[in-house]
Design a binder for this molecule. Structure first.
Ligand SMILES: O=C(O)CCC(=O)C(=O)O
Ligand SMILES: [Fe+2]
Length: 298
C-alpha cells in the first residue's frame, strides 16, 4: 500500500496563535574545524558567537566600479522596472530592490560564483551551496524606506520551506555604508534563539511584505527583550566591504533620508543538504525568483 508522504518534523514552528521562543537546534558553522577556505578560524569563531562577521574588502575598487555601473544600468532599464523582479518604492516610485540579479545580470552572476564569496559560504555551511535568493537593495537617497526588524529564516522556513538553519547571507556594499544612510543593524547573538511569530500568512503575503512587513514581524516586547540581551551592532564600511550574517540573526535598517544612496547586493546561500520542503506555515510557496528551487532554472 502506498503510504502518504510524511511531513518532516517542524523544528521551528511559527505563525501560530502566539509568539514563541525556541532554542536553536542547528549548528551555526557547519564545517569541521580546520576546513580550509578564505575565512580564518578566528573569523569563523566570531561568526559562530555573534551570528555575523565582516570582511573589509571582499572585492577590489575596480570590481566595485564594474558592479556599480551594472547596478546603474539595471535600474535605468525599463525592462527591469517592468519585470516582476523589480520592487518599486511606494512613494517615490524609485526602484527599491531587484531580485534574482545573479540570473538577470552576468556581472552579478560572476560575483555569486566568485571563490572569495562561494568559498566562504561553503566554509560556513560545510557543504556545497546554491543561491536561494539574490537581490540588490538600492536604497537611493532622500527617502528610501528601511527594512523592519526580522529574521530571514523565519520567512524562509514559513514561506519557502527551508527546514534547517543552514543558510547564510552576504551583504556587499556597492556604495559607502554610513551610520546615517540606512545601513544594516544586527542584534549579536540573536541567531541562537528562534522567534516564532504570531499570526497567519495571507495568501499573497510576499507582494505586500516586499514593500512593508506584516506577517512574520516580531512584537515590540520580543524585540525589546532581544535588544536588551544582545545589544545592536550597526555596520558601516566602504564600498567593497561585506557582512556575512546567519539566517536567524535579527536585523533591519532605517530609512535613508541622506543624499547618499546605500546600495548593497545580498546573496543568500543555502546548503544543498537543506533543500526546500513545502512551506511550513504558508498556503503557497513564493515564486522562484524570490526563493529558488535547487536544480531548477526559472
Ligand atoms: O537592505 C537592508 O538594509 C536589509 C535587507 C534585508 O534584510 C533583506 O533583504 O532581507
Ligand atoms: Fe533580511
Amino acid at each position: 500500500m502506498a503510504s502518504a508522504p510524511t511531513r518532516p518534523v517542524d523544528l521551528y514552528p511559527t505563525r501560530g496563535p502566539r509568539e514563541e521562543l525556541i532554542g536553536r537546534k542547528d549548528p551555526v558553522v557547519w564545517s569541521e574545524p580546520g576546513t580550509p577556505g578564505p575565512f580564518w578560524a578566528r573569523e569563523l569563531d566570531e561568526y559562530d558567537r555573534d551570528g555575523f562577521v565582516t570582511v573589509d574588502q571582499i572585492v577590489t575598487p575596480d570590481e566595485i566600479d564594474e558592479l556599480r555601473a551594472e547596478l546603474d544600468r539595471l535600474v535605468a532599464d525599463p525592462a527591469v522596472r517592468a519585470d516582476e523582479r523589480a520592487v518599486v518604492e511606494p512613494r517615490s516610485q524609485e526602484i527599491r530592490s531587484v531580485f534574482e540579479v545573479h540570473r538577470i545580470s552576468e556581472v552579478f552572476g560572476r560575483l555569486a560564483e566568485d571563490p572569495r564569496v562561494l568559498g566562504r559560504a561553503r566554509q560556513i555551511l560545510g557543504s556545497d551551496v546554491y543561491v536561494h535568493q539574490s537581490r540588490v537593495n538600492v536604497k537611493p537617497g532622500f527617502g528610501a524606506s528601511g527594512f523592519y526588524w526580522h529574521s530571514d529564516f523565519e520567512t524562509w522556513h514559513a514561506e519557502d520551506g527551508l527546514p534547517r538553519m543552514r543558510t547564510v547571507s552576504v551583504s556587499i556594499a556597492l556604495t559607502p555604508n554610513h551610520t546615517t544612510n540606512g545601513s544594516l543593524m544586527v542584534m549579536p547573538g540573536s541567531h541562537r534563539t528562534f522567534l516564532g511569530c504570531a499570526g497567519e500568512t495571507p495568501r499573497d503575503n510576499y507582494k505586500r511584505s516586499l514593500r512593508m512587513q506584516d506577517a512574520g514581524t516580531p512584537s515590540h516586547e520580543a524585540l525589546t527583550t532581544f535588544a536588551d540581551a544582545c545589544g545592536i551592532r550597526h555596520f558601516t564600511g566602504p564600498a567593497g566591504s561585506a557582512t556575512w550574517f546567519d539566517c536567524n540573526a535579527l536585523h533591519g535598517s532605517g530609512d535613508n533620508i541622506t543624499p547618499y544612496p546605500r546600495s548593497n547586493v545580498f546573496l543568500v546561500f543555502n546548503s544543498v543538504e537543506n533543500a526546500p520542503e513545502a512551506p511550513f506555515a504558508a498556503p503557497v510557496r513564493r515564486p522562484s525568483f524570490i526563493a529558488a528551487r535547487p536544480g531548477e532554472r526559472s
